[in-house]
Ligand binder design. Structure first.
Ligand SMILES: NC(=O)c1ccc[n+]([C@@H]2O[C@H](COP(=O)([O-])OP(=O)(O)OC[C@H]3O[C@@H](n4cnc5c(N)ncnc54)[C@H](O)[C@@H]3O)[C@@H](O)[C@H]2O)c1
Length: 429
């Protein structure tokens, strides 16, 4: 099949490369000349394990093609996926201007029969609006159907997630479009959920909001455990083993972040508000998430005291390991709060420093873990990169001014840390 992806971000480029690898001819449309030129040479714009190799392989085999030209790709394609960003406005509502902008360009270039499938996360009702918009603009005899194909991949494991998804959700109003999308997805190992447009659109928001709820629940239990003297990790293990609950996403930490959870929770609250429904459960999920970030700072203050002029090392900036994505990473707010208290920050991350430089100002980015620890009066761990788990803790202790570790990800064994002479606190322990 010949297909097109519009957008070459974490979703567009990963899914496009996988469909190319499965034998399809895949066009990827971008909007900046420089990025498209780089992509043609196999240089990818972000870090995702295994992606660079997959892109290079499929460029070489001439199945993955990059262009700025809608005229080149759209008429040739049976399915066109829209995978552009839908970032939030301050109100929480999703910004849909790019989705509409690319839809206008698609409409002008349709030829024959095409399924236009929206992969971007969009509020229920958007696919229908896009369908009417394209219909009002398209010229000639071309035919199209609109479909919703939400994406569930996770950054850091995006390739295996796309090849082995828990489900493939297809929302459509029409059997022809549904059949074509099922045929395209057939080589991928996942259960189909076939439904209408609004249901498919809402599944995506409901899934992310539920996962965010689990994380906030874990953080609330962790907090309560600290107050009561219980072992929060054991409590969560104890409930997670119940198959009705499940242990995934039931870990406390410095709050959820990333390009999806904060934005999608906010959007679902805003969507509900539009229909006079107060989604107070999700509003609490957001509040607990903010508390989780502040709680890390509170622990630093408690162990270090006055932070004015004090050097604090931070390990981990990306919102989770194996990605360079800094969007809404908890590190941003936590570092800001520490800076406000007067601390001098030295931070290290294995992949996210370049992106962090554009977001976090007036801190020192170090070249390695040990430089971040050197002369620090406390070390704060915000991302559970494997590199941090394998670090030489004896060396860290010798380099630090005070051996104090606030472990926002519970990556070390408290007993071992005590034996090594650290003052060590985690979350919920
Ligand atoms: N990142 C994730 O883990 C993830 C997972 C599931 C769903 N989603 C959803 O998928 C969508 C895309 O997310 P992402 O993380 O890939 O975003 P991203 O910011 O990484 O990528 C967006 C892409 O859109 C392109 N773009 C922007 N304006 C354009 C225009 N006018 N014309 C053509 N291309 C344009 C950008 O160049 C970029 O390649 C969002 O709605 C997001 O919520 C993301």
């Amino acid at each position: 099949m010949t297909i097109t992806f519009i957008g070459h971000g974490y979703v567009g480029l990963v899914t496009a490369s996988i469909f190319a690898d499965l034998g399809n001819k895949v066009w990827v449309i971008g909007h900046t000349k420089q990025k498209i030129e780089e992509l043609k040479k196999g240089t990818i714009p972000f870090y995702e394990p295994g992606l660079a190799e997959l892109v290079k392989k499929n460029i070489k085999e001439e199945r993955l093609l990059f262009t700025l030209d809608y005229e080149e790709a759209i008429p040739d394609s049976e399915v066109v996926f829209i995978a552009v960003g839908t970032p939030p406005y301050k109100t929480g509502d999703a910004q849909l201007s790019t989705v509409f902008e690319v839809s206008r360009k698609i409409a002008k270039n349709l030829k024959g029969y095409t399924v236009v499938a929206i992969k971007s996360t969009v509020p229920p009702g958007t696919c229908k609006k896009i369908g009417s918009y394209i219909k009002s603009l398209k010229e000639g005899k071309s035919e199209f159907d609109i479909a919703s194909c939400p994406e569930f991949l996770r950054e850091g494991t995006a390739i295996p997630d796309t090849l082995n998804p828990d489900r493939i959700v297809i929302g459509s109003e029409n059997k022809k479009a549904e059949k074509l999308l099922m045929e395209l997805h057939r080589p991928i190992d996942g259960n189909f959920v076939l439904t209408n447009l609004e249901t498919s659109e809402l599944i995506k928001y409901a899934a992310n909001s539920f996962l965010a709820t689990k994380i906030s629940f874990a953080n609330a239990i962790a907090k309560l455990s600290e107050i009561l003297g219980a072992d929060g990790l054991k409590v969560l293990e104890g409930i997670g083993l119940d198959r009705r609950i499940g242990s995934e996403f039931l870990f406390p930490g410095p709050g959820y972040g990333g390009s999806c959870f904060p934005k999608d929770v906010k959007a679902l609250v805003a969507i509900a508000k539009d229909y006079d429904y107060s989604f107070s459960l999700l509003e609490s999920v957001e509040r607990v998430n903010e508390q989780a970030k502040r709680d890390i700072v509170r622990k630093v203050r408690k162990l270090v005291g006055d932070l004015r002029g004090v050097t604090i090392g931070v390990l981990g900036l990306s919102f989770k390991p194996n990605t360079d994505d800094m969007r809404d990473a908890p590190s941003i707010d936590i570092i800001e709060l520490l800076k406000r208290d007067g601390a001098n920050i030295k931070a290290f991350d294995p992949q996210a420093i370049e992106n962090a430089k554009g977001i976090i100002k007036d801190i020192k980015f170090t070249e390695n873990i040990y430089d971040a620890a050197k002369d620090a009066q406390a070390l704060v761990i915000l991302t559970e990169w494997n590199d941090f788990k394998e670090v030489d803790l004896g060396k860290i202790k010798n380099l630090m001014k005070n051996p104090v570790i606030i472990d926002g990800r519970n990556i070390y064994d408290p007993q071992k840390m005590k034996e090594l002479g650290f003052t060590y606190v985690g979350v919920g322990r």
